[in-house]
Design a protein around this ligand. Structure first.
Ligand SMILES: NC(=O)c1ccc[n+]([C@@H]2O[C@H](COP(=O)([O-])OP(=O)(O)OC[C@H]3O[C@@H](n4cnc5c(N)ncnc54)[C@H](OP(=O)(O)O)[C@@H]3O)[C@@H](O)[C@H]2O)c1
Length: 320
């Protein structure tokens, strides 16, 4: 019997349980995919930890939240096993990337055909299954902050899933990138074209030393009070600061809040349009998906414990 990982209650990762479930069938406009890799993202544990209880009712679908206990796993890659009657251009046996989707911590997922993209042969399963959520978020954040050639951009949390995408995409756009990260991740960030600096007390001075020309934009993927304060101190134009996470204090600061909560810009159009471009970049080797660790499906709780600790250098991925 196929397996699926579900939270059985709100709480810590120990609430995650592997249960058996019948093989799903495709809707007329959808497909069934046998999952080979499912990307792990902070939203997965935020969905059952209670973090999103404040999400407004009409935004719940966009955040992947359904009635009752949430389904987790919003991206994956795998092999098509069934194609709905109205779907064209997708065949059984195709290797695909699926995003967005719900309930991807499973052996099989159903997905609308609009979420299906051909997986480049050059991209490994783990990389393909964890490219999209972080990648589309980074594209949205850089767009919101108006990052372009000639900018010097401060990337808070440059070594995380979203950060590593943001660093590479900003560099590719021609920006000079200063990225915060723990020291052990500095070599990787240098390799990807950024100037790494450690976060923590004295951050603003270290950024000034690394970028004497000044910082024209900032994207906050860390969500700390320090990231907010340093961004406000160093970036003159507040509309060029974008944050994807952090305390409500950001709302009053006049910066751009991206995501699915009240007052945030979900960026549906730009994120949707970014998917093909991200795959093309990954296929050509211009964009690297850095996988930190893979876990078996039954180890989802362990993967979440590592994720919640907040220092994995890159993506965590479940391999059913
Ligand atoms: N709004 C949205 O649409 C959206 C989408 C995706 C993600 N998010 C949110 O964005 C955040 C990042 O997601 P992610 O997937 O990139 O997470 P992640 O892979 O866990 O990355 C966490 C990052 O935070 C850094 N970090 C940890 N402690 C820090 C500290 N005290 N000060 C500064 N940086 C620190 C880590 O650096 P080191 O490892 O080097 O210590 C790492 O770069 C999460 O809160 C997630 O929920 C929001």
């Amino acid at each position: 019997m196929p397996r699926i990982v579900r939270p059985t209650a709100y709480g810590l990762p120990e609430v995650l349980t592997v249960v058996e479930t019948p093989t799903p069938h495709a809707a007329a406009d959808g497909v069934v995919v046998e999952v080979r890799a499912a990307g792990v993202n902070p939203i997965d544990w935020k969905l059952y930890s209670g973090t999103f209880h404040a999400v407004e009712e009409d935004l719940k679908d966009a955040a992947g939240i359904t009635a009752g206990m949430p389904s987790i796993g919003l991206e994956c890659a795998g092999v098509v096993t069934e194609v709905g009657a109205d779907v064209t251009g997708v065949r059984v046996g195709d290797e695909v990337i699926v995003y967005p989707v719900t309930a991807a911590y499973a052996d099989y997922v159903t997905a609308p055909a609009t979420s299906i993209f051909s997986k480049p042969a050059s991209l490994g399963w783990a990389e393909a299954g964890s490219l999209m959520l972080a990648g589309t978020t980074a594209v949205h954040a850089l767009h919101a902050a108006g990052v372009a050639a000639g900018d010097t951009v401060l990337v808070h949390g440059g070594s995380g899933g979203v950060g590593l995408m943001g660093v590479q995409l900003a560099t590719a756009a021609g920006a000079t990138v200063i990225a915060t990260a723990a020291e052990r991740n500095h070599a990787l960030l240098r390799e990807l074209g950024a100037t790494p600096i450690v976060y923590g007390p004295g951050l603003a001075d270290r950024v000034r030393a690394a970028a004497p020309q000044g910082v024209s934009a900032a994207v906050d993927f860390a969500g700390t009070e320090e990231a907010l304060d340093v961004s406000l101190e160093l970036v003159a134009d507040r509309t060029r600061i974008a944050s994807i996470t952090g305390s409500p204090r950001r709302a009053a600061a006049g910066i751009k809040l991206l995501g699915y909560g009240p007052g945030q810009d979900a960026g549906a159009e730009i994120r949707s349009a970014a998917r093909s471009e991200l795959i093309d970049r990954a296929e050509s080797g211009a964009l690297r998906v850095v996988v930190a660790t893979t876990f078996a499906l039954a180890e989802a709780a362990k993967a979440h414990e590592v994720g919640i600790a907040g220092h994995a250098p890159g993506k965590l991925v479940l391999i059913p």
